[in-house]
Design a binder for this molecule. Sequence first.
Ligand SMILES: *Cc1c(COP(=O)(O)O)cnc(C)c1O
Length: 421
Amino acid sequence: MQFENSLTFAQQYDLNDPLNNFRDQFFIPELNGKPTIYFTGNSLGLQPKTIPQALNQELEDWKNLGVEGHFHGKNPWFSYHHFLTENSALIVGAKPHEVVVMNQLTTNLHLLFISFYRPTQKRYKIIMESAAFPSDMYMVESQIKLHGLNPEDAIVEIKPRENEFHLRQEDIDATIELHKEELALVFFSGVQYYTGQVFNIKAITEKAHQCGALAGFDLAHAAGNIELKLNDWGVDFAAWCSYKYLNSGPGSVGGVFINEKYADDNSLPRLAGWWGHNEKDRFKMLKGFIPEYGAAGWQLSNAPIFSMAVHKASLEIFAAAGMTNIIQKGTQLNAYLVFVIKEAMKLNSKLVLQIITPPAPERSCQLSLLTDDNGKSLFEHLTKNGVIADWRNPNVIRMAPVPLYNSFEDIFQFGTILQSF
Ligand SMILES: *Cc1c(COP(=O)(O)O)cnc(C)c1O
């Protein structure tokens, strides 16, 4: 496809886009009465217009039915998580009994580590990317300490080579190989939050398994953004949040994948709660925990219905749009964004920007740009002109044109604002 830096080209591209009409299903924040160019769906996705109605349904059932809503509401609360399972499975490439929606991301990672990080005297190391998301670093360190081990000794971080920004798969493989005698777990993100690098989950999992370790993933920036086939790839466990690409609102409920090979493995330790107990007997209040089959057996508490209702409505949009369309458009939006940035740089020598996100297939819709000393004032120029992007210290601008609600016109408009710096 030959791109052009013109409004008519961008508008024509939008007309041919099979997801074009999805933008109308979202509230787009405005600045001075004009829709913003919202490029931070990787941080907090926008609100679908179906949300107020979805929430209101639950408020009405609570108002009118009280406790009876557990069984007689329109969407009975007792088994509410079932309404989200199938659509979640579609997003991460899992079988329905391998996923459950519950809690929040960091909490879920802790629960998964309790089951899947089982250090022995010989095998206790965890390999992870350097500069992982802080919550993941804190989580891993505290899990290691929980076992009486020293994080400095147990964590092996993989760093980019000098003057490079992303990790090479060959270096990941070599590190796994190097530590294979002591390795318990390889724990990676699916998409690196800072650089936007898409990791090869399949290759990492295969290598970990070859070396006798398990492989787990934090899919915060991957779920709803890239192709995932967790079941096919043999991933052991994964977790994600729902408020980034999955548009389910600030702090909303998270999702978990547990490979079906553990579905009825009751030898795994786990932290138990009544919502994970065999559903038929859950309200019998019996002694003796019997886990529900599959990921659902890791639930702890009553489902947080208001978060779940938002997530349910949002997942329905993903099911309607289809992950294949979403991924394809994400790639095109990203490519057009790169084109428009390069055009702007040709026309304005003040723009000094370096793309640090590796090229496809290690790229999603997200683009991270390293700026020079003018970076902060460039970012302020963008913000003042209605571009909502994201600044990461010391000097990176992250942008994610999101397939469900960003348009090619957004990108063209962004280009003119960039040029005018
Ligand atoms: C966003 C994000 C989190 C946030 O965790 P919460 O528990 O939802 O606050 C954790 N890890 C990664 C990699 C993230 O991108």
